[in-house]
Design a protein around this ligand. Structure first.
Ligand code: ATP
Length: 245
């Protein structure tokens, strides 16, 4: 349902020793949104994602996924998230069948569901014939496809992407973009972090701009452009960053 908050960042701060990586970040993402999270290198994108996925705790503040706090309900939160990192690590001595079976069990899927889902997803990513090969022989892009499947197999409500298209070929990128649109249309929520503005512009319905740990703009692509009086999103974001410098 549109307008239902699915991801809420509430006054998040994160300090690494003397570095304040996130400074009072407040943000709400609604069900069905493909939400872009943009910032230059070092802006705090990965830190935000690590907090959302439970890898680190905020110094202050809280984040809620589907109404559950990452601080008080971390396991439930993890169960509702699919996380696709820029380049995920796999146990590459295993085959996709072995690796994905273990992932499915971690998410408590039934053996029957695991048995059906693995070949279906491998087929989707055109890897059906590699189901029993050791992944150590796979290219970076092929491994990244398995990372995608591992994140999607448990049918999560929320997908969190950190530069997810890294290493994928043009055809798979087109596939992946379609998949994101399909997921959003089904009412899933996508949080898409990237510094690739052109991709964000194409796939995201709304976006937030992070600069040195602070949110400096939130809105639709059109709103961002209009607010800064520029033609392209890239120009308008450059202007936004320069104004904050
Ligand atoms: P990039 O696009 O380069 O990945 P980012 O937007 O993801 O950047 P973060 O990795 O979240 O940015 O880093 C935000 C700030 O926190 C940076 O100043 C970074 O140097 C600092 N930082 C991140 N992780 C640590 C850490 N483990 N220890 C100390 N400082 C850190």
């Amino acid at each position: 349902m549109a307008g239902e908050p699915v991801i809420e960042l509430r006054n998040i701060y994160k300090d690494y020793a003397a570095t304040r990586a996130l400074n009072d970040v407040c943000l709400t993402v609604d069900r069905g949104e493909v939400f872009g999270y943009i910032g230059a290198n070092g802006a705090g994108k990965t830190t935000t994602i690590k907090i959302l996925t439970g890898l680190i705790k905020p110094t202050a503040g809280d984040a809620l996924i589907c109404g559950k706090s990452i601080l008080t309900s971390p396991l439930e939160v993890k169960g509702s998230i699919g996380y696709i990192p820029e380049s995920g690590s796999l146990f590459d001595k295993l085959s996709p069948r072995e690796y994905l079976t273990n992932i499915g069990r971690l998410y408590r899927l039934s053996d029957a569901a695991i048995k059906t889902k693995i070949p279906e997803w491998l087929e989707y990513f055109e890897l059906a014939d590699r189901i029993d090969q050791r992944m150590e022989v796979f290219s970076k892009g092929t491994k990244q496809k398995v990372v995608w499947i591992a994140a999607l197999m448990h049918d999560p409500e929320v997908l969190i992407f950190d530069e997810p298209l890294s290493g994928l070929d043009v055809e798979t990128i087109a596939h992946a973009k379609d998949l994101m649109k399909r997921y959003a249309a089904e009412g899933k929520t996508i949080f898409y972090s990237s510094h690739l503005i052109d991709v964000v512009e194409k796939v995201c319905t709304r976006l937030a701009v992070l600069h040195k740990g602070r949110l400096v703009g939130v809105g639709t692509v059109e709103e961002m452009r209009a607010r800064n009086g520029s033609l392209s999103l890239e120009e308008s974001l450059m202007k936004l960053w320069q104004d904050q410098a």
